[in-house]
Design a protein around this ligand. Structure first.
Ligand code: HEM
Length: 487
């Protein structure tokens, strides 16, 4: 990186020359420091304000720019302009992350990885804020803060506590599928380049005729899946806490651009009510035999950010950033996320976060009547800031972005409608049975190593019971392994 501030006098923030950047102004030789030293005061004050609040989850991450290229005709399913023809290219920014660790945490840990993708489309920015896992731990947004509290630092000990983690998972059997995934081989990717990404939720696509489809996104790594064992990760996390971040940056610097093959599973809306699983349940996958993934594009990362704070730390991604032809599904987790991210950004980066270079539309223009607030850059000049007005300016399109969804019944705290094969264990058991014997051994060892640290027998036993319900052999082996470790 060769960026340099042009040579010439060092200045204050207001552009006045600085006479001395080595010594504070003092009252005589050996005397106390003077408040008239504007440069000193400004320098200390700016330094004190260098940090903004870190993300409450996914604080630790790295990002890069790149290109998404369409490789198949998806116009029968969506009218999104950036997907409208084969060969069409769209600039993207992708931020990878771990979930539980704080800003300075090590990369090589057992944790899901965030896969947050911003498409700078000509119809505005489209954000797909997913993970490297096709499923999640809970299925209703109301459980998310409790879940994350168990992953973060305990209010008394100040550390992550196995008691809290396994207490919550044991009492939330819907997590069994994702926990099996997390403690399996893919739970610690070797790098951000060697893992898949998933949109995870079900989303809605709408075509030009207004016909709707339910869609799941998959990003299959072209580098191949590579993982670390628990022992390898423990060493790497200590030796090189920035391992994932460094790997991504240096591979792009070396012209070794990572890429992903993009696929979608598409479900006709008429299938949803009678599908064997609730298609909007984030703890479940749609088995590929039911809805085979179709290849639709290629994602390549080819440009590093020039300034990590400006472009990675201040980047914002919102599941509610949709474009015409793409919309939400009734997934209760997704619905909660449609609120949570914009709210987090207003707190973390401020009300004008959307105007920062990494966040603003690159291929479209934001034309709003929103104004002012912290760090407003005055881009609207003296233009009218209300609508309707008699002076021209932007106007509504009267074109809904996506198709309406049918609703019925009474409002209330209802559980999701039951589908024929909906339970919390079936897909976890299927995942266990899909693993080779070697993989199962590592899975059991990883789980047992963690559960054995729990201080209360009832919490450990309840957690093991969920795995037994997923598969008798799974539970039996886990129980024996935990017992062996606990003595
Ligand atoms: C209702 C459940 C959830 C809530 C309330 C929630 C909330 C949040 C919040 C507040 C942030 C920090 C945003 C910021 O400060 O910029 C965040 C980040 C993130 N979340 Fe979630 N989250 C939820 C579920 C999920 C799920 C299911 C996924 C993936 C499938 C996910 C993926 C991410 C990613 C990738 C980031 C980091 C985005 C970035 O790189 O800036 N979250 N989440």
């Amino acid at each position: 990186m060769t960026d340099q501030i042009p040579a010439g006098p060092l200045t204050t923030e207001a552009g006045a020359p600085v006479a001395d950047n080595q010594h504070s102004q003092v009252a005589g030789v050996g005397g106390p420091v003077l408040i008239q030293d504007q440069h000193l005061i400004e320098k200390l004050a700016h330094f004190n304000r260098e940090r903004i609040p870190e993300r409450v989850v996914h604080a630790r991450g790295a990002g890069a720019y790149g290109t998404f290229t369409v490789t198949a005709d998806v116009t029968p399913y969506t009218r999104a302009a950036f997907l409208s023809e084969i060969g069409r290219e769209t600039e993207v920014f992708l931020r990878f992350s771990t979930v539980a660790g704080n800003l300075g945490a090590a990369d090589a840990v057992r944790d899901p990885r965030g896969f947050a993708l911003k498409f700078y489309t000509e119809e505005g920015n489209y954000d797909l804020v997913g993970n490297n896992t096709p499923v999640f731990f809970v299925k209703d947004a109301i459980k998310f803060p409790d879940f994350i509290h168990t992953q973060k630092r305990d209010p008394y000990t100040g550390s992550q506590e196995p008691d809290n983690v396994w207490d919550f998972w044991g009492l939330s059997p819907e997590s069994t599928h994702q926990v099996t995934w997390l403690f399996g081989d893919r739970g610690i990717p070797a790098s951000y380049r060697h893992m898949n990404g998933y949109g995870s939720h079900t989303y809605q696509w709408t075509n030009a005729a207004g016909e709707a489809f339910w869609v799941k996104y998959h990003f299959k790594t072209d580098q191949g899946i590579r993982n670390l064992t628990a022992d390898e990760a423990a060493v790497l996390a200590g030796q090189d806490p920035d391992s994932h971040q460094r790997d991504l940056r240096t591979s792009i610097e070396n012209g070794d651009f990572p890429s992903w093959t993009v696929q979608v599973q598409i479900m006709p809306v008429a299938d949803a009510p009678t599908y064997r699983f609730n298609p909007f349940d984030l703890t479940k996958v749609w088995p590929h035999a039911d809805y085979p993934p179709i290849e639709i594009g290629r994602l390549e990362l080819n440009r590093n950010p020039r300034n990590v704070f400006a472009e990675v730390e201040q980047s914002i991604f919102s599941p509610h950033h949709f474009v015409p032809g793409i919309g939400p599904s009734p997934d209760n987790m997704l619905q909660g996320r449609l609120f949570a991210y914009g709210d987090a950004h207003r707190y973390r980066v401020g009300i004008n976060a959307d105007q920062l270079p990494v966040n603003r539309p690159h291929a479209a223009e934001a034309r709003t009547h929103g104004r002012d607030g912290h760090a407003y850059d005055g881009r609207h000049g003296g233009a009218k800031n209300y609508e309707p007005n008699s002076f021209g300016g932007p106007a509504q399109t009267d074109q809904p972005l996506w198709a309406a969804t049918a609703v019925s019944g009474l409002t209330g705290d209802h559980p999701a409608p039951a589908h024929a094969e909906d339970d919390d264990y079936r897909q976890a058991g299927a995942l266990y049975r899909l693993m080779s014997e070697d993989e199962r051994e590592r899975l059991i060892a990883n789980l047992a190593g963690s559960i054995a640290q729990v201080s209360r027998d009832d919490i450990a036993e309840r957690a093991i019971e969920n795995f037994r319900r997923a598969d008798e052999d799974y539970g039996k082996r886990l129980q024996a392994a935990v017992q062996a470790l606990r003595g």
